[in-house]
Write a protein that binds this ligand. Structure first.
Ligand code: AMP
Ligand code: MG
Length: 486
């Protein structure tokens, strides 16, 4: 047994509990592995020896090759609505669940690979991932975590030494090692519900999945309806947190919506520069379905699909198994999404503005001002606490009027208020032009800009000298487009 084999203490509770929902599979070989980035802080949190992960055998572990006997790597099955259209069979086409670790806080965490080769779910895909998009997921998920937003994390990116073909031409291949509370998605429930209902399917799999998910994420729920409520609330809070930092996920399909309430799948995501609810970055989202301002509605739509999948279980909990009553009960719970979302938004915006009490009208008027005058969303809140916000407006009079209304509501302790605002309003976010610059350099072998960017966004609230370029609005106003060609 090599050192690496003892590195991870992997469990396979998902594979064991839900064999109908995954396929045992092996990671593809990598001709010339090279560790590009390792998340030492996360390794420590997981109780894994970071130095050992840097050794050749450790890098093989990060590629899914050197695993303990206890591990059963699987490709997970799931379905999903993609841009509104139902796909009965998606699944891990180029990903594997290596297993679960118990971290130093006693939490079960999935260890998962992306870019590890074709699986039975690959359809037409090559099973691969490119260095750029995997480093992108690494940087943005680290930024989200530092911003206090629930998210999957990135443990490492390993270049495989293989060239892969994408629209742009040949690109260096990579594998991302991802850590998540779990990889249970709305789409996992959609898949299980369909399997349960099919004549040659696996009756009981939906119930088993719900038990597994409740146990793992919402142990306080005493019924499937209660579990559903917990997921609705977790998603409402998550999307509010995205909105408060100007995050646009870009591809909020039901297979990219977690049961845990973590952000997952950093594909064509990006942060707003100028504030505009209609902002869409993704090249494939031509209809603007997942535009910044549509995200709450998109999440709610996805949660309605979860209710549909759970319906047989919710009905079974009712005295006479009544489906109509189950639909009504689920609809009522889903109705709570808006209340929860608005509460988190109102509280969050009050904190951003330094107010002791939410003021939805003041917020709505501000957002309209920011939109009309194309003001940078992130810069605005720091400028507001610094007293320099008026400089961001070309037409200052309407802003002065708004600022006077806000002034009247501010607590007496102005310095304390400004300091509290700076604890919730980031100076540094992974701005799109900087992410692009860093990834372009990394793809040609220079990881310097990438490491600098990650260092900056890991401490988003503390303004530091010499980092002005990371806080500035991009120099040009060319619309930013992200590609799913991951
Ligand atoms: P995503 O857009 O990354 O959420 O992926 C949507 C679906 O496409 C999932 O089932 C993925 O596993 C699959 N997929 C994406 N890229 C590839 C690829 N290069 N090879 C195989 N499957 C892929
Ligand atoms: Mg996905």
């Amino acid at each position: 047994m090599t050192v690496a084999r003892t590195l991870l203490d992997l469990d396979d509770s998902y594979a064991r509990a839900l064999p109908a929902l995954s396929v045992p599979w092996t990671a593809a070989p990598a001709p010339e592995p090279r560790l590009l980035v390792l998340n030492e802080a996360l390794a420590t949190e997981l109780g894994v020896d970071a130095d050992a992960l840097r050794e050749p055998a450790g890098v093989e572990t990060l590629l899914g090759h050197e695993l303990p006997e206890s591990a059963t790597p699987v490709a997970q099955a799931y379905a999903g609505h993609q841009f509104g259209g139902y796909q009965p069979r998606l699944g891990d086409g180029r990903a594997l669940l290596l297993g679960e670790l118990t971290d130093t806080a006693g939490q079960r965490r999935d260890l998962h690979l992306k870019g590890s080769g074709r699986t039975p779910f690959a359809r037409g895909g090559d099973g691969r991932a490119a260095v750029g998009p995997m480093l992108r997921e690494y940087a943005i998920s680290e930024a989200m975590h530092a911003l206090g937003i629930p998210t999957t994390r990135s443990l490492a990116v390993v270049a495989t030494g293989e060239e892969i073909l994408r629209e742009q031409g040949p690109l260096p291949g990579a594998v991302l090692c991802r850590v998540a509370a779990s990889h249970l998605r709305v789409g996992t429930f959609q898949y299980a519900a369909a399997l349960d209902a099919s004549p040659d399917g696996a009756p009981g799999v939906l119930r088993a999945l719900a038990d597994h998910a409740m146990d793992r994420h919402h142990p306080g729920a005493d019924s499937v309806l209660g579990f559903y409520r917990a997921v609705v609330h977790a998603q409402a809070e998550l999307v509010a947190r995205w909105m408060l930092v100007g995050f646009v996920h870009g591809v909020m399909n039901t297979d990219n919506t977690t049961i845990s309430g973590e952000t997952i799948d950093y594909g064509p995501c990006a942060f707003l520069d100028v504030f505009d609810p209609a902002t869409v970055f993704s090249s494939i989202d031509s209809g603007g379905r997942y535009a910044y301002g549509n995200q709450p509605a998109a999440a709610q739509w996805n949660l309605a699909r979860l209710a549909e999948a759970l319906l047989p279980l919710i009905a079974a909990e009712l005295p006479d198994g009544d489906t109509d009553a189950a639909v009504q009960a689920a609809t009522d719970v889903l109705g709570g999404f808006a209340t929860e979302y608005q509460r988190h938004m109102a509280d969050g915006m009050a904190a951003k503005l330094g107010l002791s009490r939410p003021d939805p009208e003041l917020v709505a008027d501000l957002l309209e001002l920011l939109r009309a005058q194309r003001v940078d969303f992130t810069s605005f809140f720091r400028a507001l606490s610094a007293g320099t916000a008026r400089d961001l407006f070309t037409d200052r009079a309407p802003f002065e009027d708004w600022a006077a209304r806000r002034d009247a509501l501010l607590p007496a302790d102005r310095a304390g208020t400004a300091a509290a605002m700076d604890r919730v309003n980031p100076v540094y976010i992974p701005r799109n032009h900087l992410v692009e610059e860093a990834l372009t350099a990394a793809t040609t072998g220079d990881l310097g800009p990438f490491h600098r960017l990650v260092d900056v966004v890991r401490d988003p609230f503390t303004e530091r000298p010499g980092l002005d370029a990371y806080a500035a609005t991009p120099p040009d106003a060319v619309p930013y487009v992200t590609f799913c060609g991951t």
